[in-house]
Ligand binder design. Structure first.
Ligand code: NAP
Ligand code: MG
Length: 484
């Protein structure tokens, strides 16, 4: 797709709707526009989702057929991967290779959750209850029923739009829910393909409803909507708190996958040939626009200089480029605003005494590129240590003792992920226990599997995605007692 007109547009559903311009962050070109869905559009989408839920067009479909629809949707996405990757790359600015990998990863969500459709059921319990006063035991046949929570609003960020959408849609659909999805205003385009893909796969119309719009209006209206049963959100901790408040009106269920300030700990017995490149990827992949970005790198003193040199060498070697460049390693940030914020954090910390080892500047070309940046000399109170940067900026910090580094690693409001590099088996497991994060990687970089739940400790979230826990969060459990 090479011109704005080629991007599929949805006609405004309400005459009053404004349009939101869409840009390619790697070229700064305007590539299209989408509808700014107003309150009436939100009401209509929620009503449509409710209608399909109550009618049972999806909820009551035989489990094998549900599985078939999810499986087919994955096959269609695979078949259309180049087209979808092209849209995603131009909308987000990332390279086509990276976009392709993320689109293909999204099919895994569908294949995995398709398998659960035929395997989710309640449990039977034989109950002999002591009735107390009469002393006569009462006998019940007890069982649990798993029922979809109902209408789910899904609000997602811009850093991996299609993947984030499928991470929610796949388990929610497997559970039998009807959905309203709001992509980020910066990256709405790939989501607009979803209704068509699922229709072709055999999903009844109205079970998935995609609404473009701004967070403060469309997103807020969805989170507060009295007829939404659950909101599933991925985004910043700040907006997560707004969603919790908005959800209080009807006490809808809330699932939050939020930000992080993830530590990486490199002990001096680590296999440095793997640890140093692994740490560079964990920090810089997607130009740091990754919730689990390991932006605090703690290195044991004996290998500190070697690690800083090694990381700096890799940082300098990355080829920067976006959707229109051949085989870049790292892409742009999502917007000029985000670029200024990231550079502002570097400037603030440098003025407080931190040192830039490499990077620290914007690229002199169109697009919102920031050089991969390493800081040393940061202190615990500095912005690069406390704030989620969401840019290619990491601090390398020396440490001496295990206890000291555990305290430093846990000294954060976030608790999404942590990485440990060590060849000492006992220490590896000790660290896994002591780090206050939902995921711990030992001698691994950003490993993930459909069967492994993803969730955050502390202010990194509520609930889980992936695995059985991921489906369970879209189900209500009903306990039935039948007197015998
Ligand atoms: P964000 O600003 O929190 O936005 C996320 C989504 O929420 C967008 O669709 C946004 O709409 C919407 N939104 C904004 N204000 C809202 C409101 N008042 N009510 C309802 N919705 C609202 O996050 P972002 O900057 O797009 O994405 C980066 C963040 O996502 C980072 O903090 C990152 O760590 C987090 N993240 C977490 C995970 C995880 O799994 N834990 C994964 C990826 C990203 P607009 O598009 O209009 O802003
Ligand atoms: Mg935003």
């Amino acid at each position: 797709m090479s011109d704005a007109a080629a991007i599929e547009m949805k006609p405004p559903k309400s005459g009053a709707s404004e349009m939101i311009p869409v840009f390619n962050p790697s070229t700064e070109e305007r590539i299209g526009e989408v509808i700014d869905s107003d309150k009436a559009a939100v009401d209509r989408a929620v009503a449509r989702a409710r209608e399909t839920f109550e009618a049972g067009v999806w909820r009551l479909m035989p489990a094998t057929r549900k599985a078939d629809v999810l499986w087919r949707a994955a096959d269609i996405i695979k078949r259309r991967v180049d087209e979808l990757a092209d849209i995603e790359a131009r909308d987000n600015g990332m390279s086509r290779t990276h976009a392709r990998n993320l689109i293909l990863a999204s099919t895994e969500m569908l294949y995995y959750n398709a398998g659960w459709c035929t395997k989710m059921h309640g449990q039977a319990v034989d109950i002999i209850a002591d009735t107390g006063i009469t002393g006569t035991p009462a006998e019940y046949h007890g069982y649990t029923l798993l029922e979809p929570v109902g209408v789910v609003a899904m609000i997602i960020p811009w850093n991996g739009p299609f993947l984030c959408a499928l991470m929610k849609l796949a388990p929610a659909l497997a559970a039998g829910c009807s959905c309203v999805l709001k992509p980020a205003e910066e990256t709405p385009l790939s989501a607009l393909k979803l209704e068509g893909i699922f229709r072709e796969a055999g999903l009844p119309d109205g079970v998935i409803n995609v609404l473009t719009g701004y967070g403060e209006t469309t997103g807020a209206a969805l989170s507060a909507h009295p007829d939404v049963d659950k909101v599933a959100f991925t985004g910043s901790t700040e907006v997560g708190k707004l969603i919790v408040k908005a959800a209080a009106g009807n006490l809808k269920k809330v699932m939050l996958e939020l930000g992080g300030k993830s530590p990486l700990i490199m002990f001096d017995d680590a296999d440095l040939a793997k640890a140093i490149p692994g740490s560079a990827i964990g920090l810089f992949i997607n130009s740091g626009q990754n919730c689990a970005c390991t932006s605090r790198i703690y290195v044991q003193r004996r290998i500190y200089e070697q690690a800083v040199d090694g990381l700096a060498k890799i940082a300098k070697s990355f080829r920067m480029g976006g959707s229109e460049d051949a085989n870049p390693d790292l892409g742009p940030l999502i917007s000029a605003k985000q670029r200024e914020r990231v550079l502002g954090i570097v400037a603030d910390d440098v003025s407080s005494g931190a040192t830039v080892v490499t990077g620290g500047k914007a690229l002199d070309r169109p697009g919102y590129f920031v050089e991969p940046t390493l800081l040393t000399g940061t202190r615990p109170g500095m912005r690069a240590i406390r704030e989620e940067i969401f840019g290619p900026v990491g601090s390398v910090i020396p440490f001496d003792e295990e206890e000291e580094v555990i305290a430093a690693a846990n000294d954060t409001d976030y608790g999404l992920a942590a990485t440990v590099w060590t060849e000492n088996l006992r220490r590896a497991h000790r660290m896994a226990k002591k780090l206050e994060t939902g995921t711990v990687w030992v001698n691994a970089t950003l490993a993930a599997d459909q069967s492994m739940p993803l969730g955050g400790y502390k202010q990194s979230g509520w609930g889980y995605e992936r695995g059985w826990k991921g489906i369970e969060s879209y189900l209500n459990i009903k306990s039935v007692h039948v007197g015998l």
